[in-house]
Design a protein around this ligand. Structure first.
Ligand SMILES: Nc1ncnc2c1ncn2[C@@H]1O[C@H](COP(=O)(O)OP(=O)(O)OP(=O)(O)O)[C@@H](O)[C@H]1O
Length: 270
């Protein structure tokens, strides 16, 4: 049992085995930056314990979309939204849904690794401490478990009290994933998490992402179509703020329904 008090009530076990559970149900979502519309009538569900990839050319709204899922986009004052996003059956735009609770459940990993200028240990323990965990033994356990789950424990276990900036880029990104895991999210949003990494670190991170889906639901924005094809279960193709096509990854890449998807995946634009 979690040592965190879950602020959001989780779905009960699904009764119908062939009905897929969704963490997010997105209906008629529109988003504007001032007068400019960046997301247009998005309707899609995001499945539990799957990896959902968001692809599309630069400026099509991928980052805006995932930052809407944890309401991070609202940090920009000109942003307006309409429509609903249900997270486990609660509308995240409901004023009664505290944004801190949402972000505890829906963690995020960014394009560039962004560890705090602190030790490896402190990077992981920081979130749990803010959530009120004080006992050293509890924190030690969380630090070890999070680093193990993020597949970086063996590389850092003997240097936990060294500065995180001494790690390589790939290690820093896995540390950031461990930091995200330490507050026990339910969903992990990843905004181009490998774009700053070399090919070997990228493969390691992809392997990690695939292992994480046993416990978490993952939404990953990627510019790299091979990466989407390698790691994801479902893929959504965005163009000019619209969701053009959303289906099983194999289907989307082998037999897309829409000509625009086909043109994009075959490199005719973007
Ligand atoms: N802070 C902002 N203020 C105003 N417009 C913005 C802001 N952020 C993004 N936009 C605009 O919203 C649209 C979608 O941008 P977004 O960053 O979501 O696209 P993207 O698909 O993630 O692009 P990239 O692949 O280049 O990162 C673009 O037209 C962009 O210029």
């Amino acid at each position: 049992m979690s040592i965190f008090t879950k602020a959001v009530i989780q779905d009960t076990e699904p009764v119908q085995t062939n009905k897929q559970s969704h963490v997010f149900e997105i209906s008629d979502l529109n988003l504007w930056y001032g007068e400019d519309q960046a997301l247009k009538d998005i309707n899609m569900d995001i499945a539990q314990n799957e990896i959902t990839a968001i692809i599309g050319p630069s400026g099509c709204g991928k980052s805006t979309f995932i930052k809407t899922l944890n309401r991070m986009v609202e940090m920009i004052p000109t942003v307006k939204t309409s429509g609903t996003i249900k997270y486990n059956d609660r509308n995240i735009f409901d004023p009664k849904f505290a944004v801190e609770d949402l972000r505890t459940q829906v963690g995020m990993v960014f394009q560039k690794p962004n560890p705090f200028p602190k030790t490896i240990y402190e990077n992981i323990a920081y979130g749990p401490k803010i959530h009120g965990i004080k006992k050293k033994q509890d924190l030690d356990e969380i630090v070890e478990k999070s680093l193990k789950d993020a597949a970086i424990w063996n590389e850092v276990k003997d240097r936990l009290h060294e500065n995180a900036y001494g790690l390589s880029g790939g290690q820093q990104q896995r540390l950031c994933i461990a930091r995200c895991l330490a507050i026990e999210p339910d969903v992990i949003l990843m905004d181009e998490p490998t774009s700053a990494l070399d090919p070997i670190s990228t493969l390691k991170l992809e392997e990690l992402v695939q292992n994480l889906k046993q416990k978490y639901s993952i939404v990953i924005v990627t510019h790299n179509m091979q990466q989407a094809a390698r790691v994801s279960d479902k893929t959504a193709f965005f163009l000019n703020g619209e969701l053009i096509e959303y289906s099983n990854t194999n289907k989307l890449f082998s037999n897309p329904n829409d000509k625009r998807t086909e043109d994009y995946i075959t490199g005719r634009f973007g």
